[in-house]
Design a protein around this ligand. Structure first.
Ligand code: CP
Length: 298
């Protein structure tokens, strides 16, 4: 595997192997670093805490040399394009780039280039996909259920702009989960029908295994996308809905959380919430991904 750009780049076996590696790293803390000089650079053109910092910590734990690119003080300000920035890092013999960029499928032109040789890991492409978040979400689900087949998974919220939802609906469907969607109808697109069914959450909440909440992507929404309602009680997870979840159900959210909007603040660290596990798993899953992409360095 040279790049990780979309969740569909991976088949079931590769996903299960990444989960296995990440779970082993988490359980044993048996971390073997690179045996050869390995330079990785993190290029975040959109804000990030979890993805950026968990990649950076993963890279440091694996003894890689890390460059954090600051677009605010770079030649981007002189009009340099993403292509030319990445071409520069490739000429500087960087082994791997983790890139988050606002443009959907920004990576297409980069991987076509015969002069860009470094591996690329997609840390989020606009409203496109977020494959590494999807993998850490799969790890979290696997930790709890040891399986994906026939799990009932409800994905709630900003389906239109959430790249996490776009990756997860594709992969969870292909792994055999049954998916339900809920949220404001204007954030739901008919193209999601191939992955699951739009359903009022209050009709199915007691049957749900995984309640996957999404952050409202305020920074991407247009004026027409905005809604003026009591979002928490209409579409989010409040205490009343929490009480209706079955004993084994888990709650997930990719974060950052808009507290008291997508989820009532006191439920973020509640018994059924796996939100903190997701953040911790992000570290181990990103180590597993780096180990796989830079296999020849270990
Ligand atoms: N989940 C996620 O991508 O968080 P960050 O935006 O903080 O990286």
């Amino acid at each position: 595997m040279k790049h990780l750009l979309q969740i569909g780049d991976l088949n079931e076996e590769q996903i299960l192997n990444l989960i296995k590696t990440a779970l082993e790293l988490k359980a044993t803390k048996n971390i073997i670093g690179v045996k050869q000089k390995t330079i990785v650079a993190n290029l975040f053109f959109e804000d990030s805490t979890r993805t950026h910092k968990s990649f950076e910590i993963a890279q440091k734990k694996l003894n890689m040399d890390v460059i954090n690119f600051n677009s605010q003080t770079s030649s981007i300000n002189k009009g340099e394009t993403l292509y030319d920035t990445v071409l520069t890092f490739s000429c500087l013999e960087v082994d791997c780039l983790v890139i988050r960029h606002q443009q959907k499928k920004y990576y297409e032109k980069l991987i076509e280039s015969k002069n860009i040789n470094c591996s690329i890991i997609n840390g989020g492409d606009g409203e496109g996909e977020h494959p590494t978040q999807s993998l850490l979400d799969l790890m979290t689900i696997y930790e709890n259920f040891k399986n994906f087949k026939n799990l009932k998974i409800a994905i709630l919220g900003d389906l239109k702009y959430s790249r996490v939802a776009h990756s997860n609906m594709k992969i969870l469907k292909s792994l055999g989960a049954k998916i339900y969607f809920f949220g404001p109808k204007k954030w739901y697109k008919s193209e999601y029908q191939i992955y699951g069914e739009y359903k009022n959450i209050d009709e199915i909440i007691s049957q749900i295994d995984v309640l996957m909440l999404l952050r409202i992507q305020n920074e991407r929404q247009s004026q027409e996308d905005k809604i003026e309602i009591d979002y928490l009680n209409k579409y989010g997870l409040n205490q009343k809905r929490y009480q209706q979840l079955n004993d084994k159900a888990i709650i997930m959210h990719p974060c950052p959380v808009n507290r008291d909007v997508e989820i009532e603040s006191c439920l973020v660290e509640s018994q059924k919430s796996k939100i903190l596990d997701q953040m911790n798993n992000g570290l181990y899953m990103r180590m597993a991904i780096l180990k796989e992409i830079l296999k020849e360095k270990f």
